[in-house]
Design a binder for this molecule. Structure first.
Ligand code: CU
Length: 104
């Protein structure tokens, strides 16, 4: 019985780790973070702070996404469900690049 209780406690602890949400802005045609390290299950909110549209996307195997284009003051959130490296870009401004490292 004691072993069962310990097992249940460990299971609760393992699943009870709250996911974090990080914010990365788009400002002056660049990302506010060049590099960001997060953990699997964390979220990143991409917030447009420029008075024009951005279109944040990634072609990475770790996380493939396209948030579409959206204006100043709007944000869209991506959940990173697998560990690895994610290169993030903007379809409107090719010079905009950042890297997210998703740890296990
Ligand atoms: Cu852009």
């Amino acid at each position: 019985m004691r072993k069962l209780i310990v097992t249940l406690m460990l299971a609760t602890m393992a699943t009870g780790v709250a996911a974090e949400t990080y914010t990365v802005g788009q400002q002056d045609k660049s990302f506010t973070e060049e590099q960001l390290t997060i953990k699997t299950g964390d979220n990143v909110e991409f917030e447009n702070n420029d008075p024009f549209f951005h279109n944040v996307f990634s072609l990475s195997d770790t996380k493939f996404f396209d948030l579409g284009s959206y204006p100043k003051g709007e944000s869209r959130t991506v959940e990173f469900t697998e560990p690895g490296i994610v290169e993030v870009e903007c379809a409107i401004h090719p010079q905009m690049k950042m890297t997210i490292e998703v740890e296990e």
